[in-house]
Structure formats: structure tokens, C-alpha cells
Design a protein around this ligand. Structure first.
Ligand code: GRF
Length: 200
């Protein structure tokens, strides 16, 4: 099956959900790399603990920090076929997006195209949803293009929030469905990429 790179910036609960779903199954995609823009975050700790190769990426490079250009080279050399943004809060350079066109997906904690775009991340999203009075929220997995939260939607899952008493409560409910939706979509996209690779 194909090799994955997962990009993270913080808690890493979606990374954990992917890992737990895929680790025991040889036919599942394999998480080969975990990349973060922060040198210190729980998601990176988790990856290190599991023996997954990690990289810290930034515009300012050093011996410990890599650039997107170097990352692209490494991914091509090590046969990374799919990149999953799971809570990655840094903008991805356009050249990198071009290089991995159709191979980068992102999970967003709302029903896009609503509540997406610049500044719409983390609790900002759930606060906006709470204030809107919407009765449902959910999660979206989509391909990444050069505009924030804009690429083609692959799959969404909804959750009722009409009785939610706070943005935090909405966040909790949405996160629970993210952990099911993301591995499911990654598997579907990976299977498609895998069959394309073998029919080339
Ligand atoms: C998730 O809500 C995801 O949808 C968003 O960032 C959050 C990351 O959470 N893009 P975690 O780091 O996976 O726990």
C-alpha cells in the first residue's frame, strides 16, 4: 500500500486516529513521515514515540529545520504518495502544492464552504458556528489547492448541535466524527492512488 506523510501543528488526535486505524493492517497505508512547523508539540512526541520519522519545516532552515523544497525531494525519494494535513497551521507554499497536486488532503472541523478561509481554524470555527445558531455542524475532508479551505470536497460528515451549550461542546462532538471520517477518506484516496500507481 502507499506511504503517507502527515502534517501536524499541535495536539495530534487525528494523527493518532490514523495511526491506530492503520498500524495493525499491512494492507493499509503506512505513515512514513510526520511533519510539523513546531519543534515541540504533542503530535510530534507521539510520532517519535511510535518510531515514525519526523521533520520540522520552516522558511528559516537550519540543521534541525528543513525547507519545503527539501521536504519535497525527500518525499519523492521515499515514495510518499499522499500528504494529509491534520491540524497543520502553516501555509503551504504554492510550488509545493503544484508538485503534489491532487495528493494533499486536509481535514476541516466544519461543513465547508461555510466557516472556512483565513483565520477559520481551531476554536474560531466552533465559535462562529455556535454564534450562527446552526443546528448541524460537521467535518470536511478536501483536496488542498492554493486557496485556504477551498479545494474539492471529498467527503463530509454531519453532527446535530442544536442542543450544544458552548463552542467547546461543538468542538468535542465534531472531533469525534473527525476521527472516524479522516481514516475512512485517507483509505479511499490511498486505494485509488495505489491502483493508479499499479496501472501506470
Ligand atoms: C482538527 O479539528 C482539524 O479538523 C483541524 O485542526 C484540528 C486538529 O486537531 N484542521 P488534532 O491536532 O488532530 O487533535
Amino acid at each position: 500500500m502507499i506511504n503517507l506523510a502527515v502534517f501536524v501543528s499541535g495536539r495530534g488526535s487525528n494523527l493518532r486516529a490514523l495511526y491506530e486505524k492503520f498500524v495493525a493492517d499491512e494492507k493499509s497505508p503506512e505513515i512514513k513521515f510526520v511533519v510539523s512547523n513546531k519543534s515541540d508539540c504533542p503530535a510530534l512526541d507521539f510520532a517519535r514515540e511510535k518510531g515514525i520519522q519526523t521533520s520540522v519545516v520552516s522558511k528559516k532552515t537550519s540543521s534541525r529545520v528543513t525547507s519545503f523544497a527539501d521536504l519535497a525531494e525527500t518525499f519523492n525519494e521515499s515514495g510518499i504518495s499522499l500528504i494529509v494535513l491534520a491540524g497543520f497551521l502553516k501555509r503551504i507554499p504554492a510550488v509545493f502544492i503544484d508538485e503534489f497536486k491532487g495528493k494533499i488532503i486536509n481535514i476541516h472541523p466544519a461543513l465547508l464552504p461555510k466557516y472556512g478561509g483565513k483565520g477559520m481554524y481551531g476554536m474560531n470555527v466552533h465559535r462562529a458556528v455556535f454564534e450562527s445558531g446552526d443546528k448541524i455542524s460537521g467535518a470536511t475532508v478536501h483536496f488542498v489547492d492554493k486557496i485556504y479551505d477551498h479545494g474539492r470536497i471529498i467527503k463530509q460528515r454531519t453532527i446535530p448541535i442544536d442542543d450544544a451549550g458552548s463552542p467547546e461542546e461543538i468542538a468535542e462532538r465534531v472531533l469525534e466524527i473527525e476521527h472516524k471520517l479522516l481514516p475512512e477518506v485517507v483509505l479511499t484516496v490511498a486505494e485509488k492512488l495505489n491502483s493508479e500507481l499499479h496501472n501506470e
